[in-house]
Write a protein that binds this ligand. Sequence first.
Ligand SMILES: [Cu+2]
Length: 605
Amino acid sequence: MLTRRQVLKRGAIGAAGLATAGTFDAVGALAANPAAKRLKPYLDRMPPLLDNLIDATSARGATYDVTAALVKRKVHSQLPAAHFFGYLRAGGPGINDPVASYIGPAFVAKRNVGFKVRYHNHLAPGDYRKVFATRGARGASYLQFPPHPEVRILTHLHGGFVAGKDDGNPYVHYDAVPPGRVQTVTYPNEQQAALLWYHDHYLGDTRMNVVAGLAGGFLVRDRDDTGNGSFGLPHNAPGGGLYELPLAIQDRQWNADGSLRYPIDPRTDNGPWIGEYFGDTMLVNGKVWPFLVVDPCLYRFRILNGCNARILNLSIPGAKISVIGSEGGFLPRPASAKAIVMAPAERYDVIVDFAAVAGKTTHMKNHAPAEPVSTPAPPLIPVMQFRVNAKIIGGGHRRWPGDLPAFSGDLRAQHGPPKLSGGTVPGRTIALNEVGAETRNWKLNLNANPFGGRENTFRETLQHNAVEDWYFVNTTSDTHPMHTHLFSFQVMGRYNYDAEGLLAAMGGANGVGQVPVTKLKKYLRSSLLPHGPEESGFKDTVKANADQITVVRARYRLPSTALNADGSVRGGEQRYVHHCHIVEHEDNDMMERFAVVDHAPAPPQ
Ligand SMILES: [Cu+2]
């Protein structure tokens, strides 16, 4: 399977090819896909996902079993049921349950209550062909697969503060989990309340495994965020209304037979490859363009951008929106917002007030994000419908929450400005490169070093407990959502810079390598621009925009499961990766290894 990643390039069908779909229709571009046009929106109820939980809040040390298997699900009432990959739990929806969502069970964890999970791979050879049965103008896309494509998986807890061996990353588990095998992990949950998610991370096939359905939610609760109305937050009443709901948003394409459509480059012969996957329908919690009946009061939506590549810009006309949290937990203070721009894997914790639209219908919409965000995605505006009751009938309230819990561990306040703005915090550059865009030799990497095979030893070596700034230097023409495993960070801000000048001076065959931070100074074209108000908390995924250097600050802490009794790093080092979360990019080498050790040299300055 690995040869697929190593051999393939995306060819000429790049981002621009998808955006101007006219020349691409023979192999399944958006314009050539009639299935979406026939689908009537807002026919299907949004699955709340709360009926498929693994409550792990009380059983310290318990073990839960989750099985990845071929499932049959129906994503829209006008489409037949079709095959997906699903994570299943005992007592949850079965293999053949058209009503259920393909999204996996949501774990509910409690801070400092650890547990184990066994992820079983029950996917069989040939299951790719059952999911990706695209019949395009040039035949079936499954002809691109080898005759017996084995489905390997590797489950990563995104946002999880875990030891390297429990992380589910290709630095530790390069060969992933073959069919019939089990991945056993320990989640200590030594972290603040937040919405995490688990999803596949098998290098080279992540984009297929995720688009096929291998993802689920993971909610951490703590003293501040009990889920029972702490801080006046909307919550789910037992037997009553549901006021705290996950919204997992994903774009997908479909064939008329209800099966997934993944447009392909016809010139490849060992698996479908495109530069970015953009859908022409939007799903929330596993249903296409669903509706949700709401009361005219406050809701708490835990929004996940679960798309492979699409950057969302979400708004709800008539409703008042306030962002209270991001990937790492609550913000220091709520941030009111007209729209929320979310790249793949970003999560926002949002309060929405429907009072002003009582008795009416409103919609969540997705408009093209404004600059400096840059994305080749074709437009896809409708997301979901809200049918607002005239009166509150489920026990909800309209009392806007007051102060959020005290914000702790603020690295921004404690350590001053970044080095390039006169500060003293050590910095490290991570250069984002795209070489030969729109050509057959298209390739991506970080720091001029493609992730490559297991023989690649290039990595960032980080000292346990050190505080550092990372400078994501984007030399490409698009926004990339950069995601760090293990640690969450604070966004310090962004500098505009002269990308062409930097490329001309320091670019090689693989783009720009790891430049000492101080060498970036002469290319800056602005002072440090402030981060958005919704970026004021801790995050694990940040939008690194084109023509900008995005600075984030982190402390490289490790969980107890990665430390010896004397506080030293277990095994001498703990291994992780960081990468772009456009899944097609992550599969195409835009990923880098890092290790946390007891004593590391300072980064090049
Ligand atoms: Cu990317």
